[in-house]
Structure formats: structure tokens, C-alpha cells
Ligand binder design. Structure first.
Ligand code: ADP
Length: 495
């Protein structure tokens, strides 16, 4: 309690001595229609379901637009369009031509970067700084990168011929809506497949904007189809008999449903699922840098990141010092209007996700962990959660084992390398991890023995289109990004 009081005082001092003037991004550059239809065969088509649903701004609860709810008949229509485009045009045109189309998409994303960033922030609640500086440029970079591979597949797979699979069904989550669409669409197109993509129900708008971009890039009709809808729409894509490949990013629970649904079929599948990343600070680490990395690792995008560093392991000798530094830094984080360029932490994506996070805050307290949240004021409307840490956490606690998907960090301590490796690996997940130490040899020792798809050393949450991403264990299988990201979309033949 004493520490909390001290930090409250600190917060007041920051507030009164160094207030930032509001710097909101204007909404005027964002053109959002009142209603969106389905993007099938290069056209906007009213849904056969005749149903629509609203999408709101989670920071204000105001309705932004309404979008079509695709049913199984709509999915069938989109798959037919994708199959037709695959057979008649996309697999036939030269790889060089395919590359030009993908390159064009990347360029138009860059041209519309500001609008896309504003819409991403409005629809999903993430700070404009992130959508402007990370989501949108990285999405464009993925298209650029895979445009580069399209006509060089013989160098990617030496002595093999890479053939496309056919129609790819792609289902994506709400945490990086445009970026996830880019991760999925770019490698599929580069390898000659056609696409039926479904964005998440709470964040459909940038995928629909991407459909406009695809129209503007003049892609042959049916090469990319974008269907909005909820879980049932996703299930209809997964179960459609004429789909050759499913790419899914989302929860482990839905991933398991999908894996069961495709078992016994000849559909290829890649799953990118949950995570509970261990971020490990050794006593020899540059502590201020490590604390900054931990803050970025868990509070970036409100912790709505499958590879979020949500378990912090601190070496016992520096634990007190690190926790104090963390608490002080948390007090200076700005929580609020996601459109404000100073905001560090925006809105929680949905009411439902906020309820899940609050449930875990309750679980953490009842498990006996000590909770500390920053003293910031929260807006009256919308869905918000203060940056929160738990100390005195046991390895067996649910808050140390289960994915919370919010700005909530569980802190544990360790004494030796062997102990922390054992603890870090003691998780059903294995998507990512972080190591903070001054010693290169320790980094190699840790990265060799930890079971996680991505391990960052003295940094966190760094992404690049050239670098593969994906998990171990219940975090899924298959890799996205880099050369590896081409593999799930091709059949390799010996030549
Ligand atoms: P999250 O917890 O991140 O929302 P979900 O796994 O619930 O993750 O959702 C990720 C995506 O999967 C969304 O686009 C959602 O509509 C879709 N989805 C949900 N249920 C199913 C299902 N049974 N089959 C296919 N897709 C689904």
C-alpha cells in the first residue's frame, strides 16, 4: 500500500508539472460508409443472409458502421468466385504479373496510410501512434516483401517446383486487423493461390478498406474475397469442401475446433494461437532498458497481443528494484483517447474482452497474488483497463498459466538459469519469450533451451516481414513471415 501511495504522488506531480496538451488526430481523413456489403468477385454484393451487424468504437461505444453478416450460402458464393479466379486467371498469369499486383496493393496502402491508421484506431481502440507507426507500415511491408518473392519461388525452393494449393480460407482476429490480413493475403497471392478472408466481428473496417484498395489495384475479380461475419461465418469457411487451405489466427479454443473440423480432409492448415510469453530479466541486465522492454511487452496494444510478455521472471537479487522501477514507469503511462498521439494505452477492444480481463483480475486476487494498478483516471464511456501487475505470483496460479489478453503482468522470481528455463517452459503455450542479460553466452544458452517460436534478446515485440513467426505446443503450428511463410501455401514437386 505504501508504494501505491508514493506512486500516486508521483502521478500527481507528472500531471500538474508536465501535462501534455491534447494532440488528437483528426477523424476527417477517415471515410467510413454507413454500411458495407460483402466483397465477392471484385464487387460489393448484398449478403444472401440479408443480415447486418454494427461495429463500434470501443473507446466511445459509438456505432461506426454496419457490415454484412455472411452465411454459408455467401461463403459458397465467395469460394466459387475464388475457385473460378484461381482456375481461369490467377494460376495462369505470369509470376511477374502477380508480383506487380501485390506491389500495387503495397503502394496504395502507403498512400492511404493515414486513413487506414485512423480507422484501425477507431474500430479497434489501439493508440494512433501504434496503428500509424506499426500496424499500417508493417502491413505495407508484408505486401512489398511477398511481391518480391512472387517471381523468385525457384530460388526459395531450390530444385523444386512450387505449385499453388488453390483456394485459401483465412480467418483473422481483432488485435492487428489490417496487419493480420496482410500476413495472410500477401504470401497466398505471391504463391498463386486465391483467397476468401474473414476479419473478426469487432474489427471489420480496415479489411473492408483493404477490399477497396484491392479493387483500386485492379486485381482480377475473385482473387481476393472479403466476407464479414462472426464465428459461424468462420466455421462455414473452415467446413467448405472446396477450400484447400485454412490459415487461422485466434484463440486456442477455436484453433482446436478448426483442427478437429479439418481432420480427415485433405485441407492444409496453419494455426497461430494463444501465448503466455516469459520475459526473463537477469541481474546483469541493463535494468532501465529491461523495464522499458517489459512495459512495451505487456502494455503494447493493451496486451492484446498473442506474443505479449505476460509472465515476467526476475532474478531474485534485483526483483525489488525492478518492481519499483516498473511501478514508477506505469504511473507515467498515458491511458485514454486512442486518437490522441500522446496516448500509450488505448481502449480494450470489446466489452466481452474487458469482462474476461476483469475476471482474471478477480482470479489473481483470490489466488493470493498482490495486485497493483496505475492510478490513472479512466474515461467514463468505453472499455478500459488500467495497466496492472501482480506480484507474489506462484507458477501454478491461473494468472501465470492462462492467457489474459489484456494489460496485466504476472511477476515471478527465480535464482538460477536452470530454474527459470524450467519455469518458462512450464506452460501449455510456446509462442514467444524474451531474455534480458549482458552476457551473450547466456542468451544462446537460454534461446537454445526455451521452447518458444520467437525469442527476443534485450528487446521485445520486434517484427519484420523477413522473419518467420509462429508457435510451439498449444500456440499452434506453421510459420508466417519470411521464406518460411511461403511454405504453407505451396505444394513442392521434385524437378
Ligand atoms: P479471439 O479470442 O481472439 O476473439 P477467436 O478465436 O474467438 O479469438 O476469434 C478469432 C477469429 O475466429 C474471428 O474472426 C472469429 O470470428 C473466428 N471464429 C470464431 N469461432 C469460429 C469457429 N468456430 N470457426 C471458425 N472461425 C471462428
Amino acid at each position: 500500500m505504501a508504494t501505491k501511495k508514493k506512486s500516486n504522488t508521483l502521478k500527481l506531480k507528472f500531471d500538474t508539472a508536465w501535462p501534455y496538451a491534447p494532440a488528437p488526430e483528426s477523424r476527417s481523413a477517415a471515410q467510413i460508409k454507413d454500411r458495407y456489403e460483402l466483397f465477392i468477385n471484385g464487387e460489393w454484393q448484398a449478403p444472401l443472409s440479408k443480415k447486418y451487424f454494427g461495429t463500434i468504437n470501443p473507446a466511445t461505444e459509438e456505432k461506426l458502421s454496419e457490415v454484412a453478416m455472411a452465411n454459408a450460402a455467401d461463403v459458397d458464393k465467395a469460394v466459387k468466385a475464388a475457385r473460378n479466379a484461381y482456375e481461369k486467371t490467377w494460376r495462369k498469369i505470369s509470376a511477374k504479373e502477380r508480383a506487380k499486383y501485390i506491389f500495387r496493393i503495397a503502394r496504395i496502402i502507403q498512400e492511404k496510410a493515414r486513413e487506414l491508421a485512423i480507422i484501425e484506431t477507431l474500430d479497434g481502440g489501439k493508440p494512433i501512434r501504434e496503428s500509424r507507426d506499426f500496424d499500417v507500415p508493417t502491413a505495407a511491408n508484408h505486401f512489398f516483401y511477398y511481391a518480391g518473392w512472387a517471381d523468385k519461388l525457384e530460388y526459395a525452393f531450390l530444385n523444386k517446383k512450387a505449385e499453388p494449393l488453390g483456394v485459401a480460407g483465412q480467418i483473422i482476429p481483432w488485435n492487428f486487423p489490417l496487419l493480420m490480413a496482410a500476413w495472410k493475403i500477401a504470401p497466398a497471392l505471391a504463391t498463386g493461390n486465391t483467397v476468401v478472408l474473414k476479419p473478426a466481428e469487432t474489427t471489420p473496417l480496415t479489411a473492408l478498406k483493404l477490399a477497396e484498395i484491392i479493387q483500386e489495384a485492379d486485381l482480377p475479380p475473385g482473387v481476393v474475397n472479403i466476407l464479414t461475419g462472426a464465428g459461424e461465418t468462420g466455421a462455414a469457411i473452415v467446413n467448405h469442401p472446396d477450400i484447400n487451405k485454412i490459415a487461422f489466427t485466434g484463440s486456442t479454443d477455436v484453433g482446436k475446433i478448426i483442427q478437429r473440423a479439418v481432420a480427415g480432409t485433405n485441407k492444409r492448415v496453419t494455426l497461430e494461437l494463444g501465448g503466455k510469453a516469459a520475459n526473463i530479466i537477469f541481474e546483469d541486465a541493463p535494468l532501465d532498458q529491461a523495464v522499458e522492454g517489459v512495459i512495451n511487452g505487456i502494455f503494447f496494444n493493451q496486451g492484446h497481443v498473442c506474443c505479449a510478455g505476460s509472465r515476467l521472471y526476475v532474478q531474485e537479487s534485483v526483483a525489488k528494484q525492478v518492481i519499483r522501477k516498473l511501478k514508477d514507469r506505469m504511473e507515467s503511462l498515458i491511458v485514454g483517447d486512442p486518437l490522441d498521439k500522446n496516448t500509450d494505452i488505448g481502449a480494450i477492444n470489446s466489452k466481452q474482452q474487458l469482462a474476461t480481463i476483469n475476471k482474471y483480475l478477480q482470479i489473481g486476487r483470490s489466488e493470493g497474488a498482490e495486485m497493483y494498478e496505475s492510478a490513472c483516471k479512466l474515461p467514463n464511456k468505453g472499455f478500459w483497463c488500467r495497466p496492472t501487475i501482480f506480484t507474489n505470483v506462484a507458477q501454478s496460479n491461473r494468472i501465470a498459466q492462462e492467457e489474459i489478453f489484456g494489460p496485466v503482468l504476472s511477476i515471478l522470481t527465480f535464482r538460477t538459469d536452470d530454474e527459470v528455463i524450467e519455469k518458462a517452459n512450464n506452460s501449455p503455450y510456446g509462442l514467444s519469450a524474451g531474455v534480458w542479460t549482458d552476457k551473450g553466452s547466456k542468451i544462446f544458452n537460454m534461446t537454445k533451451r526455451m521452447r518458444a517460436g520467437v525469442i527476443w534478446a534485450n528487446t521485445f515485440n520486434k517484427f519484420d516481414p523477413t522473419s518467420p513467426f509462429g508457435g510451439y505446443k498449444e500456440s499452434g503450428f506453421g510459420r508466417e513471415g519470411g521464406l518460411h511463410g511461403l511454405l504453407p501455401y505451396v505444394e513442392l514437386k521434385n524437378i
